[in-house]
Design a binder for this molecule. Structure first.
Ligand code: CP
Length: 306
């Protein structure tokens, strides 16, 4: 019997996992595509969302309920005693008495790690500032496998906000294990931060830093599009300068052919022309829906039920 890679662990950063562990987690996901086994009956998930979310919060909620468990939590820090000055540490120490596992989303980088230090129950990072979004990465990898049949040796172009986009940071970190070749397309002010570039250099991952969609070769397997993360900009003028930097449409993606996979973690603003929803490669709604299956697998594994 294979070892459960998540038993008794937190899910904070893709840096904490090895390639074999990622493969083992993805192998479990298929089991949850149709199953409604009540593996977590009697267990409680706390969804602690200090920042807005649609997909991550609702899909964790749906995942826990599909597994027969219950959920508690909040979607707005202002409705909690944080607004009276309570610390994150105390909030987590209190919440641990009400649940068996918790998901935290917070605007501060490192907040999920801090939460994991504060509590004995498993903590899953639902996004900490611009840093990491590991569960998005797992659902992205699951969708990539579904769409392309593999997660190894893919040619992927990331387009948009590579500085603040946490989904990009997490996914790039894991693709470096799977022999990907990357095109990093952004305005100079939104380039991938140096520590993630250092990861790519250390792992020998081939990557190309460019500024135009035109510089992406026709033969890429995947275009991973991102929103310019308005909420992370300290300077509104700087945001205005880059907000419309990239917009993909049926004309400028035509040269990639019908087999290219088009991904976006959502929410999107104006970076994708609505006509691309009917492109055969458009995967954004699959990504969002696969979030439930992948999060079912994560919850069941973390709690030792799978
Ligand atoms: N992709 C993603 O994390 O979406 P939400 O912000 O809606 O959770």
């Amino acid at each position: 019997m294979k070892k459960n890679p998540l038993l008794g662990r937190d899910v904070i950063s893709m840096r904490d996992f090895e390639a074999a562990e990622i493969r083992a987690i993805l192998e479990q996901c298929g089991r949850f595509a149709k199953s409604r086994e009540p593996l977590l009956q009697g267990k409680v998930l706390a969804n602690l969302f200090f920042e807005p979310s649609t997909r991550t919060r609702l899909s964790f909620d749906a995942a826990m309920k599909r597994l027969g468990g219950a959920t508690i939590g909040f979607a707005d820090a202002l409705s909690t005693s944080i607004s009276k000055g309570e610390s994150l540490w105390d909030t987590i120490r209190v919440a641990e008495g009400y649940c068996d596992i918790m998901v935290i989303r917070h605007p501060a980088e490192g907040s999920a790690r801090l939460a994991a230090e504060a509590t004995r129950v498993p903590v899953i990072n639902g996004g900490d500032g611009s840093n990491q979004h590991p569960t998005q990465t797992l659902l992205d990898l699951y969708t990539l496998k579904q769409r392309t049949g593999r997660i190894e040796e893919l040619k992927i172009a990331f387009v948009g906000d590579l500085k603040y986009g946490r989904t990009v940071h997490s996914l790039i970190r894991s693709l470096s294990w799977f022999k990907a070749e990357l095109w990093l397309v952004s305005p100079p002010s939104l380039r991938l931060p140096e520590d993630f570039l250092e990861d790519l250099r250390e792992s020998g991952t081939r990557h190309h830093i460019v500024e135009e969609i035109a510089a992406i070769p026709d033969a890429v397997d995947v275009l991973y599009l991102t929103r310019i993360q308005k909420e992370r900009f300290a300077d509104a003028i700087e945001y205005e300068r880059v907000r419309n930097a990239y917009q993909v449409n049926p004309t400028n993606v035509a040269r990639f052919g019908p087999k290219v996979t088009l991904m976006h973690p959502l929410p999107r603003v104006n970076e994708i022309h609505a006509a691309l929803d009917s492109h055969p490669g458009a995967a954004w709604f699959d990504q969002a829906h696969n979030g439930v299956i992948v999060r079912q697998a994560l919850l069941a594994l973390c709690l030792g039920a799978a």
